[in-house]
Design a protein around this ligand. Structure first.
Ligand SMILES: Nc1nc2c(ncn2[C@@H]2O[C@H](COP(=O)(O)OP(=O)(O)OP(=O)(O)O)[C@@H](O)[C@H]2O)c(=O)[nH]1
Length: 250
């Protein structure tokens, strides 16, 4: 399958996909190595047989190259860390979260931060329900880049349409810090974003950031359900919501 100059490369168990640039010089070898490295087993649909709703959400990881997007995804999904995980195009993970009131399936799209992929990035975040805007707290410029990403998301989405978390990664490199926690936090507060500092390397708050986003998605789901509406309007809303949010009962 081909989409806008990219080839979709799907693993046998179909839980991991790569969009590989088809332009000359693209590193298919690199991509297939990463695919092999990161192949994971599917999470069983354990909500079968109970009445908890299952929500499927698309989450995109955005940020400059080398801020640690792939490392955060890899830590979260595989609970492991590798020194080298360069992303070619986009990689795709799934992770299922069992909460008391619902099952959440996160489809995590890890985009390449290199500028050469920038022109196709909007294809990745289209239809997203959540975004992690990742910066490297040892590199101030990457926070500026994350702010630019935010402006792009704000053009694409209505204010309450997407949950956005600003993530300052690499807390383990405390001596090299260029961005104070307060600066990241203050910016996030001013734009109503979730905020967390993490380390994919030392596994600091990685699970927490994904969980915070999942909880916020669920909270908004509850808020939407609480809005009173009647008759046809309600039916229409529900249909729109199902299509938009990919919500389903299993
Ligand atoms: N010390 C430290 N290094 C990290 C951390 N997270 C990632 N790294 C390192 O930073 C480099 C880049 O990490 P990646 O996860 O590939 O970064 P990325 O944002 O996915 O980069 P692109 O794929 O180019 O967009 C690698 O050498 C990682 O080992 C962290 O929390 N602490």
């Amino acid at each position: 399958m081909s989409a806008s100059g990219f080839e979709v490369f799907r693993s046998r168990n179909a839980v991991l996909e790569y969009l590989i640039p088809t332009t000359p010089g693209a590193s298919l070898h690199q991509a297939s190595i990463k695919l092999k490295d990161m192949a994971q087993t599917a999470v069983p649909g354990s909500s079968l047989g109970n009445n908890r709703p299952t929500y499927i959400y698309k989450m995109v990881l955005l940020g400059s190259t080398s801020v640690g997007k792939s490392s955060l995804a890899y830590r979260y999904v595989k609970n492991d860390f590798k020194e080298s995980l360069p992303t070619v195009g986009c990689s795709f993970f799934t992770q299922t979260i069992q909460l008391e009131t619902a099952t959440i399936k996160l489809e995590i799209w890890d985009t390449a931060g290199q500028e050469k992929y920038h022109s196709v990035c909007h294809l990745y975040y289209r239809g997203a329900h959540a975004a992690l805007l990742v910066y490297d707290l040892t590199n101030k410029e990457t926070l500026n880049r994350a702010k630019q990403w935010l402006m792009e998301l704000e053009k694409e989405f209505l204010p309450d349409e997407i949950v956005i978390a600003l993530v300052g990664n690499k807390t383990d490199l405390a001596d090299e810090r260029e961005v104070a926690a307060e600066d990241g936090e203050e910016f996030a507060r001013s734009r109503s974003l979730l905020f967390m500092e993490t380390s994919a390397k030392s596994n600091h708050q990685v699970n927490d950031v994904f969980m915070a986003v999942a909880q916020e998605l669920l909270r908004r789901e509850g808020k939407k359900a609480a809005v009173p509406s009647t008759g046809d309007r309600q039916r229409l809303d529900l249909q729109a919501s199902r299509t938009r949010r990919g919500c389903c009962h299993v």
